[in-house]
Design a protein around this ligand. Structure first.
Ligand code: OGA
Ligand code: MN
Length: 395
């Protein structure tokens, strides 16, 4: 069990890890496991897959995930119920989710921190649009759309964020039941539709991890800068605390601290990297947790390689066959709808393809996403709010 202490051990560790030169040697790094054996974590088998493996693999592919039999699932010994799947996303599988978090989810009717001062206009779109004059005060230059978004096309289209830009000031978005931060409650009156793709991703991840009936009804999306922190807290406003919390990380890495049901438990430090999935279940569901530090990128890799333009194009390349005139685009944004023929794309004859239209479009503007991600972390925190036994009192 984690060590207890009379003082606020959580705060102590938080302060220690918040510092720039902090010693990170005790931080659990799942990406260097299992080669480095750690007594802190245990590998557990992914749950028995009820359906045939192939239908699971197909669903996983459509969600941008690797086949579940290739995922690793760890439990953190000192924090009962805390589960981590280090990056289960396929190559090119994170890009579409990043786009959803930056372009679509911040739009109305979803709520965000900028609403307090009525700062969003129209549909609330914050991400710069190059087809219209760039609104919302974003300093961007329109580039010439080129050959399927080659390097040249976006080289002169860079996202330059100033501190006054709305996108820079975006800190959180809520989906589904919107959390009331002041009164720390959800209500049936304050709700918008939960995105079906994110609900599907959440249910799928949790079903494989061993929670088959999870239904995501609310999510908080946190947007972190390199100097952002999230102080120690518990999430206890949901009705059915037997349902786990699900967290997804994209962009720069973070130090995540998680302890016990009081701040007297000394927390464990985890390194969360782009694509990592964390599940807080059982005892850890109500454990104190927080983010003392976002780690800056290395100078030679402004964004993790999973989020590079190369990674976005790879799923198409993998499918290339020199003897065929058509190839199937396997990016995470097409093929969700099985009738969508856009997944089948023409072969250019030079050994390359342009991918499906959504993939091409994203590739053409991916540099801007990389510019944002080079200084940011995105955390999607999904919850089931309503208990199957009793709903809201006001309904
Ligand atoms: C939260 C939360 C953790 C993270 O949004 O409640 O705990 O990893 N986020 O950002
Ligand atoms: Mn939390």
């Amino acid at each position: 069990m984690a060590e207890g202490c009379a003082v606020d051990c959580f705060k102590e560790e938080f302060k220690r890890y918040k510092k720039r030169g902090a010693d990170l040697s005790n931080v659990i790094d799942f990406s260097s496991l299992p080669s480095t054996h750690s007594p802190e974590v245990e590998l557990v088998p992914v749950s028995q897959l009820p359906d045939s493996k192939s239908s699971y693999s197909e669903q996983a592919r459509c969600l941008g995930l690797k086949p579940p039999e290739n995922w690793l699932l760890y439990k953190v010994v000192a924090v009962p119920g805390l589960l981590v799947v280090p990056n289960p996303f396929a190559t090119g599988g994170q890009h579409g989710w990043v786009r959803r978090c930056l372009v679509d989810y911040p739009c109305r009717p979803n709520a965000c921190n900028l609403d307090a001062h009525s700062e969003r206009s129209g549909d609330g779109r914050l991400w710069p649009s190059h087809t219209t004059a760039s609104g919302d005060g974003l300093a961007t230059q329109s580039g010439v759309p080129g050959e399927g978004g080659g390097q040249k096309a976006h080289a002169n289209k860079r996202l330059k964020l100033s501190k006054d830009d709305l996108l820079h000031r975006l800190r959180w978005v809520t989906l589904g039941y919107h959390y009331d931060w002041t009164n720390k409650v959800y209500s049936s009156q304050n709700r918008s539709p939960f995105p079906t793709d994110l609900a599907e991703l959440s249910s799928f991840l949790l079903a494989v991890i061993g929670f088959p009936r999870f239904c995501a009804e609310a999510a908080i999306i946190n947007y972190y800068h390199l100097d952002s922190t999230l102080s120690g807290h518990t999430d206890h406003s949901e009705m059915d605390l037997s349902r786990p919390l699900l967290s997804l990380s994209f962009g720069q890495s973070a130090i995540f601290l998680i302890g016990g049901k009081t701040k007297q438990t000394r927390p464990k430090a985890l390194l969360l990297q782009s694509g990592d999935v964390v599940v807080m279940s059982a005892e850890s569901r109500l454990a104190y947790h927080g983010v003392p530090r976002i780690l800056p990128p290395s100078s030679d890799n402004p964004v993790p390689h999973e989020l590079s333009l190369h990674a976005l194009r790879q799923p198409i390349r993998e499918q290339d066959a020199s003897d065929s005139t058509e190839v199937v685009c396997h990016c995470c944004m097409c093929g969700r709808d099985k009738t969508d023929q856009s997944a089948v794309v023409p072969h250019r004859g030079d050994g390359t393809t342009r991918g499906c239209p959504s993939c091409q479009e994203l590739a053409a503007s991916w540099q801007e996403f990389m510019d944002y991600l080079s200084v940011s972390r995105i955390n999607v925190n999904a919850r089931q709010v309503v208990s199957e036994k009793h709903g809201f009192e006001d309904t």
